[in-house]
Every structure is written in C-alpha cells, then in structure tokens.
Design a protein around this ligand. Structure first.
Ligand code: NAP
Length: 253
C-alpha cells in the first residue's frame, strides 16, 4: 500500500519506520514547524497541503491507499482536514493518538481551555512560571509581563516575550524527571503551563511538579474528529494490516 502519515510526533516516526520495513510505500508529511527535524523514514514532504481540498487532491494524485493521522493531539485543524479529505478522495483513514495524562494523587492541576485562560489563571501577583509550550502559544503571555518566565521550546521564540525577566532554553525532549526537577528547583518555579501531550517524553516536568507540590496549569486537549483510533504504534500496525486485508478483499473479482 501507499501510506501517507501526517506526522510531527515520535509515534509517527516509529510507525513509519515499521511500515517502511514491512515493505509499504511510505510518505511522511511534516508541517515544517521544526527547521531541523529528526531523520524520517520513507519519502518526506514538508508544509501544508492547502486545506482539505489540497490534501484530497494529493491523496488522489499520489494514489494513497491509507491515510494515518499521527499528528500532535493539539494539531486539531490538520486532524479535521484529514477527515474531510479522506471522505472526498475515498481513502481509508485511521488515527494514532497518544492517550492523555490523567492527574494522580499529589498533582495540583488547574485545567484551562487555552493559553489566554492560562494567563488569567496565573493571577495578577508576580510568579515564577515555566512555559513548556510551543513558540506559537507563547504570545498571550505578553499580557502578563509581571511574571518571571522560563521558556523551553524546540525552536527559538521569535518575537521574544516583552517581559523583563525571561530565560529561554532551547531543547528537544525526551526530558527526564531528574533533569526537570533540577530545572524547576534552580529557577524557583512555582507554576508550570503545559499541554497535555501524553506519553513519557514530556512527562518529567509533571512528575517533578508533583514531587515539589508545584501547580500545573494544563491546557485541555482540543476536540478531535471521531475516526478509528489507536493509542500505540503496535495497535496502529494491527489496524494497518487489517486495512490491507480489507482492501485486498475489496479488489478481488
Ligand atoms: P494545526 O493547527 O492542526 O495545523 C495548521 C496547518 O498546518 C494545517 O491546516 C496544515 O496546513 C498544516 N499542517 C499541520 N500538520 C501538518 C502535517 N503533518 N503535514 C502537512 N501539513 C500540516 O497544527 P499546528 O499549527 O502544527 O500546531 C497546532 C498545535 O500542535 C500547537 O499547539 C503545536 O505546538 C502542536 N504541535 C504540532 C506539531 C506538528 O508537527 N505540527 C508537533 C508538536 C506540537 P494546510 O491546511 O495548508 O494543509
């Protein structure tokens, strides 16, 4: 089969490696948010398709047999476009979506709808905040320049936050609990703003926050379209095998 993975996550890369090794023709699509992405399996294409119509045209022109939405859980627009394009082009679609983190005993989470609500949740008094967000979500924090910010992102934050006290850390996960514990302690952080990314690679700060009794202001996951979904690479492989068998049955005379 020709399989198109909408990627940007570790799981997308791992699934791609397994599918390419299994003999499928694989194309990996990246949004282009990261300037130096890790090496990817298969053929790589970078940048938007031009909305659902563009993606539908691509699926038909490239004779894609199966579309896999393995985007980040917060890339809701792309997930919605995937559904619309798959219907338009008559291509099967499955989603690989990492399970969300659930709060456990000792966690101090304040769940908010988005970055603007997170700014309000921090309150007016100056705090020491770890912003574990992508550079696209940082902008609303310019409305609260009274806080100290520790900003960790894969890409440099441009434009920088117009606040007096900001430290930027450029780093790519995985991040361990020990390292994040040291980071939070060194910078005397008293609040973390985070997405609920799920998985182990970004969980270090959540576990470290629990250990230190620090509040986590958690951006809720956006609503995603209902499509056949799995949470792990192994489950995705089983679903792909099933889709292949189904397709084979369909095309038999
Ligand atoms: P988005 O809002 O869902 O997507 C915006 C547009 O980017 C899409 O309409 C599409 O453009 C293009 N796009 C997104 N993913 C693509 C892919 N895999 N291949 C080709 N084009 C793609 O997603 P976002 O702007 O990337 O990010 C939204 C949230 O997800 C942010 O919170 C961000 O930090 C987080 N996130 C994203 C990624 C990622 O790799 N995208 C990774 C980690 C975190 P067209 O309409 O032109 O097709």
């Amino acid at each position: 089969m020709h399989i198109l993975i909408l990627g940007g996550t570790t799981e997308a890369r791992l699934l791609g490696e397994r599918l390419a090794a299994g003999g499928h023709r694989l194309t990996m699509s990246l949004a282009g948010r990261t300037h130096a992405p890790l090496p990817m399996p298969g053929q790589v294409r970078i940048g938007g398709f031009g909305g659902p119509e563009g993606l539908a045209q691509y699926l038909s022109a490239e004779r894609v047999d199966l579309l896999v939405d393995a985007t980040h859980p917060y890339a809701a627009a792309m997930s919605e476009h995937a559904v619309q394009a798959a219907v338009r082009a008559g291509v099967a679609l499955i989603a690989l979506r990492r399970a969300a983190w659930e709060p456990v005993d000792g966690d101090r989470w304040t769940e908010v709808a988005g970055a603007q609500e997170a700014v309000r949740a921090l309150g007016p008094a100056a705090r020491r905040v770890f912003l574990a967000l992508g550079r696209q979500e940082i902008a609303p924090f310019r409305d609260a320049p009274q806080h100290f910010y520790l900003v960790r992102s894969v890409e440099p934050v441009d434009p920088p936050l117009p606040a007096a006290d900001v430290i930027y850390v450029q780093a790519r996960g995985p991040f361990s609990q020990e390292n994040d514990l040291a980071l939070l302690t060194t910078h005397r952080v008293d609040a973390i703003v985070s997405k609920n990314s799920g998985g182990a690679a970004a969980y270090g700060k959540i576990a470290a926050a629990r250990q230190l009794g620090i509040e986590v202001i958690m951006l809720r996951r956006p609503a995603l379209p209902r499509v056949p979904s799995v949470a792990t690479v192994d489950e995705a492989l089983a679903l792909v095998a099933h889709a292949g068998a189904f397709r084979g049955a369909e095309t038999k005379p």
